[in-house]
Ligand binder design. Structure first.
Ligand code: ADP
Length: 532
């Protein structure tokens, strides 16, 4: 038994006695196998989401929030995975998402398949370290082979047709497939607008149709003008961006205020009003014709603003304030006294958008001084659809961004995986050591991708794989893949199904790295949570 001295929330000391038998321990192959089991279970969940015909998952959080998604990283992040090794797969998907933004389902399926193969090798008595080495060797060969089979996507600012096709492939499996062309075009336009990726903002509003989704060259703020009678559109806007309160001075409740007569009360009111009026005048003197404020202001201030013809937007959130300042080349003013004309932002128009019969409005700031601000404004029938549409667009934008950085691609529909599998298999024949088994297993793990794609598209998996594989070998054509959409053509170049080379390479490297790591763990000591 061990004891821990600690203190409770009031600082009183107490002792926790922990019993040894609450500690569970697994070692050696048994531990490795139990990890593989856990990881495979997690991987199997997203397997059916892979590919253009992959199914969506519905995830319900403990609070009852519903997410419908086809995106590997989203599904993984919303699953309440308890097992530590399962969590590593969640992390794997996330790192692919962070670095590449696409291919998050594929990477988990590949890692799961590699682990499954590793399990068989362990059963055959091969030491985990030898398996690791074999996988490492095979991965190197596969990655080198990817370079060989890669192709270049030509693009220029004037000819973005191929970028468009790649974006479309990425959207293929997503909920948005009705608006493919439009979404792909938005993704291409957003990326080519020369904006830092992080500054491309996604704003969604429930209502309308998905086809109403648009790219706004400016900033969209989910607010309206503070008074309904204020003008709905301001041309040549000069905007004061305030993070300080903008309202009449209010007596603070902490201080005692002696008002005994009506006159005194009226004087106080007058003072408040006059002070605010002078503040409004000050804003106008600087040349501003609209105010955005992080704080709210009450009805009295609001009507004074209306009277003095100074339209205002209140409760603008922190990140939006920042975006607004960047877009309009304005400066955020944290102290009212610091306001000056040099700090104002400018925009061609600031207008309020109304949505049908609802009283929900949004403010669109366009033709900004800093032309680089863009916002993708997503519409959809309900929150789940809007959220998934946002995620799909994000993935498509990542694909386009990746191609602009490196325009090499490999062919999709698992053509690249099949070709690498053949290459690794061939290389294994040249290896005389025990690693050859692991290399062959690696090749089989790569086959899991075409198998899953075929299965998810309602094709017989094994027949499809053997057919395409033999076709690739006999025709010497590495562009042949699984014809998921049943077009009758399985040359992926003709179908325009590409995956960025860096995405595929990263999938291979990260999945192998993770599997090697899991194979190295041979001892797990779990302290079970105390029952009380
Ligand atoms: P991920 O989250 O890994 O990107 P997806 O569900 O988007 O997963 O599926 C991507 C896989 O589907 C890739 O292997 C890609 O090559 C393949 N794919 C996409 N569109 C098609 C298509 N029209 N025909 C065949 N395969 C496709």
């Amino acid at each position: 038994m061990s004891a821990i001295y600690t203190t409770d929330e009031y600082g009183r000391p107490f002792i926790i006695v922990r019993e040894q038998d609450k500690k569970s321990r697994k070692t050696g192959i048994e531990a490795t196998k139990s990890h593989i089991m856990a990881a495979k279970t997690v991987a199997n969940i997203v397997r059916t989401s892979l590919g253009p015909r992959g199914l969506d998952k519905i995830l319900i959080s403990p609070d009852g929030d519903i997410t419908i998604s086809n995106d590997g990283a989203t599904i993984m992040s919303q699953m309440a995975v308890e097992n530590q090794i399962g969590k590593l797969l969640v992390e794997l998907s996330k790192s692919q998402d962070d670095e590449i933004g696409d291919g998050t389902t594929g990477i988990v399926v590949l890692a799961g398949a590699l682990l499954e193969q590793a399990e068989e090798l362990l059963d055959r008595g091969i030491h985990p370290i030898r398996i690791s080495d074999g996988f490492e060797k095979a991965c190197k060969i596969a990655v080198a082979h990817l370079d060989e089979v890669s192709d270049v996507i030509p693009w220029s600012k004037n000819d973005t047709s191929d970028l468009f096709k790649c974006a479309k492939t990425s959207l293929g499996s997503k909920i948005v497939n009705k608006c493919h062309d439009q979404f792909a075009q938005i993704a291409v336009d957003a990326i080519l607008s020369d904006v830092d990726f992080e500054l491309i903002k996604m704003e969604g509003k429930v209502g309308g149709e998905m086809a109403d989704t648009a790219l706004v060259h400016g900033v969209v703020i989910d607010k309206d003008f503070s008074h309904p009678q204020m003008p709905k559109e301001i041309k040549d806007a000069k905007i004061a961006i305030l993070t300080c309160p903008f309202e009449p001075p209010k007596p603070k409740t902490k201080h005692k205020l002696d008002i005994t007569t009506v006159k005194e009360f009226e004087e106080l009111q007058k003072f408040e009003r006059e002070t605010f009026e002078s503040m409004v005048q000050r804003v106008k003197d600087c040349g501003a014709n609209v105010v955005a404020c992080q704080w709210g202001f009450d009805d009295e201030a609001n009507s004074l603003l209306l009277q003095h013809k100074l339209p205002a937007i209140r409760w603008v959130g922190g990140p939006e304030i920042e975006l607004l300042a960047i877009a309009t080349n304005g400066r955020i003013v944290p102290r009212f006294e610091d306001l000056s004309s040099a700090k104002l932002g400018s925009a061609g128009t600031i207008r309020e958008l109304a949505f049908g019969t609802t009283n929900e409005n949004m403010i669109v700031v366009e033709d900004c001084a800093n032309s680089k601000a863009v916002t993708v404004f997503v519409r959809g029938g309900n929150k789940m659809i809007v959220d998934e549409a946002k995620r799909s667009l994000h993935d498509a934008m990542c694909v386009v961004r990746n191609l602009i950085t490196d325009n090499r691609v490999v062919y999709g529909g698992a053509a690249a995986e099949i070709s690498c599998s053949i290459a690794v298999e061939k290389a294994a024949d040249q290896v005389s050591s025990i690693e050859q088994y692991a290399m062959r297993s690696f090749a089989r793990a790569l086959d899991a991708i075409p198998l899953a794609l075929a299965e998810n598209s309602g094709l017989p998996p094994i027949e499809t794989l053997s057919y395409v594989k033999s076709q690739q070998v006999t025709e010497g054509n590495s562009r042949l893949g699984v014809d998921c959409m049943d077009t009758g053509i399985n040359d992926m170049k003709e179908q325009f199904v590409f995956d960025p080379l860096i995405s595929k390479r990263q999938q291979f490297l990260l999945a192998t790295q993770l599997v090697k790591m899991i194979l190295k763990i041979d001892d797990v000591i779990v302290h079970k949570a105390d029952d009380q």
